[in-house]
Write a protein that binds this ligand. Sequence first.
Ligand code: FE2
Ligand code: FE2
Length: 418
Amino acid sequence: MMNEREKLDLITQISLDINEVKDIDLLLERILTSVRKFFNADAGSIYLRDKDNLRFSYSQNFSQQQKLPPGRKLIYNTFSIPINNMSIAGYVAKNRKTVNIPDVYSINDSVPYTFDSQFDIISNYRTSSMLAVPIINQRNDVLGVMQVINAQGDDGEILPFSPEDEPLIMHFANSAGLAIERAQMTRNIILRMISMAELRDPKETAAHVNRVGAFSVEIYEEWARDKMIPDEEVERQKDVLRMAAMLHDVGKVAISDLILKKPARLTLDEFEIMKSHTYLGARLFKNIQSDFDEVALQVALNHHEKWDGTGYPGHMDPETEEPLPGFEGANGTLKPKKGEEIPVFGRVVAVADVYDALCSRRSYKEPWDEDRTLEEIRQSTGKHFDPDMVRAFFSCLDVLKSISKRYPDEDEPQEKAD
Ligand SMILES: [Fe+2]
Ligand SMILES: [Fe+2]
């Protein structure tokens, strides 16, 4: 058990940590990990508010995680529950009250809410003690609910949460509130940038870019573990990679509608213009001031490069559109980029973007079924894709499929691919 001094240090450290994270999904992961550690809780989840509902947005379960092979992730489904007194989380959000329950299976009759044992049945888990707290911002709006589950004693026995824990978890919920609000704002600004690109190219939908962002993070994480990249670096890069991957096609804002929305096959000249969305996108991030600018530039510029050197735009200075020194080809052409000359994040997003395009409906094709999609990716190994990246892709395929369910396509007309 920690002493008071250690607890105080940890509280300060947690607040600093969560203030560094910009991406909302990563932030929820970080908050929950820290809070579970602090209260020695086996499991926990975070619901975020979406109008009158709470959306189950993030979940961790240490003992379930332990049953999986190293590196595998728990798959959980998102769902929504109404903000009302029927459920524990609904009650907490509606009444802005912290609830401390010693055993969810013997909740006394004086309270309106009940525990929905469906969760336990589906996940084959036994929830006992629970501490649930509203996440509130400075304007006093409820942003969501944080729950920690099954406090553990030194010998792993399940205990109730102590009443002394209540003000502490409220403190965490407050710092979480500030950070969540900021991260949601960042995500929304990015989605607005994307909707500008989407106005131009209707297949770059919010669902597509959300999926490509999330796939990229999973594939990168898997690849990085194989390459023994240190955890701190992976965590830092994941944060910026998701946002950068979402913006892979942002350069399309600069491409004419006549080309983007052309209902027929592009001519060779038109395709040349279409290719420019890579370096035009890269130029948006050319004044590199942060890790994010750096990664976003890499992704925009390199997401159509291919491992065997047949992609585009090749070794180009995005600013001048000239070949980079040392990479001039014959009569002013550019040398192609191939293999590890293509920056890692370009190689990651290439797999994520193509995988999503294959599984999605486009105006010129129906969604491909799983077998056909996976066969295509397998066939492209070493040609379009980095073989190590494909290996990483297959290792996290079950997680990628759960992400697709999380960001489904709305039914809307789709345009042709580039
Ligand atoms: Fe693209
Ligand atoms: Fe795309």
